[in-house]
Write a protein that binds this ligand. Sequence first.
Ligand SMILES: [Zn+2]
Length: 242
Amino acid sequence: MNTRRPITALDPDDVFARIRQKPIRWRDLATTRTTQRQLSPIIDSLLTSGAIKFVRLGGMRHLAVAGWHPSKEEELAEIYGRCRAVDGCMLWTGRIDRERGPAMYAAWGGTERSARRRVWGIRQRKLDRASTIAMTCANPDDCVLFEHMRRTNSGEKMKGKPKTLVHRAAIATAKRQCSGKLSQEKVDMILSSEKSTRCLARELDVSQATVQSVRSGDLWRNYRATPFTGLEAANDGERRRA
Ligand SMILES: [Zn+2]
C-alpha cells in the first residue's frame, strides 16, 4: 500500500495568475518543501521569458508581472517604509546626496532620484526643473515628509551659495556657445602665444575683445583642466602688456 501523501503539483498557470494579481513574496507562493522545490523551475522560466520581474517592496523581494507599476499609495508606502519616524518627521535612512538630499533607487525605476521629488510627485503635480524643495522642519537634511516641504525656486536656494564645479562648467559651456568663432585650438593658441592682442585677433579672425577675455579666463574656462588654467594668462603681466 502506498502511504505517501499525494503530491500536490504546482501549476505554472496558477503561479503566474497569483503573481499577476499583485506582487507576492516567493515564500508566499510555496509554503511546503515540496512545492518550494517545484516552484524554482517555474519561476526561473517565467523570469527567463520576461513575463515577471523582481521588485522590492517594504524592503522585501517580491515577484511581479513585468508591466507592474506601483500605485501612488504603494509608492509612498515604499518611500516612507525606508524612513525612521522621529518627532513628527520621516527621516530618510538611505543615502543622502550632498546636493540633492535623500536619494533613492526605487524597485520599479532604474535611476537614482531624489526621494523628496518622488514624494512631491506622488502628492502633487510634477515639479518643474527650476523649482526645488525646501524643508520647513527641524530636519532639513534627511526629512522627506510631504507636509514639511515647501516649493521654492532654485534661484532662491542657490543665491549666495558657491556654485558647484558642474554648475560652473555648464556656465562656461553656455558662454562658449555664444563665442561662435572660437575653438579649442584657437583658445590654446591665444593662451600660449606671446603675440599682441591685435596681432592675434587678426590672425585668428576673432575680435580683440575675444582675445582679451580668453586671456583673462573670462570667456573660455576649462574645468577639466588644472585649477590654474586661465589664471596664467590673467596673471601674466608681460603678456598682457604685449
Ligand atoms: Zn520634517
